[in-house]
Design a protein around this ligand. Structure first.
Ligand SMILES: Nc1nc2c(ncn2[C@@H]2O[C@H](COP(=O)(O)OP(=O)(O)OP(=O)(O)O)[C@@H](O)[C@H]2O)c(=O)[nH]1
Ligand SMILES: [Mg+2]
Length: 325
């Protein structure tokens, strides 16, 4: 659980210190998700408080609560349908069994990544995508910092050429984490910056290239088409297995995140998700809804603005945070 990265170098960490840091992450996860947890558990606690037989009205209450926590109608229905059938057939089921069943199913619904992070490559390329303001640029700095702490060499690429301020923002963040930033002037072709960034990494034997892109409205055709061009440029320089396209979603946008994911997935392959701002919302259920609907693993979640607030996603911790024992 809670693995940040594949190891680059052998780390001499004692088992105790490793256990301690895992515990710390688990606590952080629970704390970061406390708003979602509060909302869910205060509503569900009355249902789960006493172990009694469930009926259709119990299921309706559970259904409403899960939908309100932004699991969405589709995922909630998929979760509860099999139980509803059993109840309709007269099978006696208790609230305790329902809770255990929900936990197990939620774990199944959360897709786990089978590929290493960062992907293997010389270099590997991480392309960060998403609509405006979701947290792409700041998340790049957080991941960049952690990669450096794990002995990876990195370069940041300012492919958000839309605003001069975006280039400056990345440069400032790069300075903070002592990482080189490859950039061109405002308005430059993002593909050209990416080309320069990857060739810079190849020349300097850099392990990971982190590409910042402009926030784009998922419904704007031209902006979405531009992404295809960026992916083509990357493919000219590194094999697809060395590239990960990461969609960043803001948990506070709730169900709109589903529509964003749909449009991005229709445009280019999306390999993984990062869900930011989980700390600021009671709608953390969106993580489960998107991962289930699009069959995409969640790599990290953002639980605050500080670098240490970006935490690897752990599905067991997630489920036990939103549905405590
Ligand atoms: N509370 C909280 N704030 C976050 C989190 N992640 C990012 N933010 C904040 O969200 C704001 C926007 O972050 P950016 O990284 O600039 O977003 P962006 O996606 O690059 O924005 P554009 O480049 O304009 O599309 C900043 O104030 C971040 O500090 C998080 O997990 N929790
Ligand atoms: Mg940005």
């Amino acid at each position: 659980m809670f693995k940040f990265f594949r190891k680059k170098k052998y780390e001499e960490k004692s088992e105790i210190s490793e256990e301690k840091s895992l515990k710390g992450l688990f606590e952080k996860f629970k704390e970061g998700l406390s708003k979602t947890k509060e909302k869910l558990s205060s509503a569900l606690s009355q249902i789960f408080e006493v172990d009694k037989l469930i009926d259709l009205s119990t299921l309706e209450e559970v259904e409403e609560t899960l939908i309100l926590a932004d699991l969405g109608v589709e995922t909630t229905t998929a979760l509860l349908e099999p139980i509803k059938k059993k109840v309709l057939q007269g099978e006696p089921l208790t609230t305790k069994q329902l809770k255990n069943y929900l936990k197990e199913e939620m774990l199944k619904f959360l897709i786990e990544s089978e590929s290493p992070f960062p992907p293997l490559g010389n270099p590997s390329v991480l392309l960060f995508l998403g609509v405006n303001g979701v947290g792409k640029t700041t998340t790049i700095a957080k991941i960049g910092k952690k990669l450096k702490e794990n002995e990876y060499s990195i370069v940041l690429v300012a492919a958000d050429t839309f605003r001069a301020a975006a280039i400056e923002q990345l440069k400032t963040l790069g300075e903070k984490i002592s990482a080189p930033v490859v950039s061109l002037q405002e308005g430059a072709d993002p593909g050209a910056v990416i080309f320069q960034g990857i060739t810079y990494a190849q020349k300097n034997n850099i392990d990971v290239v982190l590409v910042d892109t402009a926030g784009r409205l998922h419904t704007k055709y031209n902006l979405m088409e531009e992404l295809k061009k960026m992916v083509k440029v990357i493919h000219k320089l590194v094999p697809p297995s060395s590239q990960e396209n990461i969609l960043v979603l803001d948990a506070t946008t709730g169900q709109n995140a589903i529509s964003q994911a749909k449009h991005f997935c229709e445009t280019i392959p999306v390999h993984s998700l990062i869900i930011t701002k989980m700390d600021g919302t009671a709608k953390g259920g969106i993580a489960l809804a998107v991962s289930h609907k699009f069959k995409i693993p969640i790599r990290f979640v953002g639980l605050g603005e500080k670098p240490e607030d970006l935490v690897p996603f752990d599905k067991k911790a997630f489920v036990s945070a939103i549905l405590p024992d």
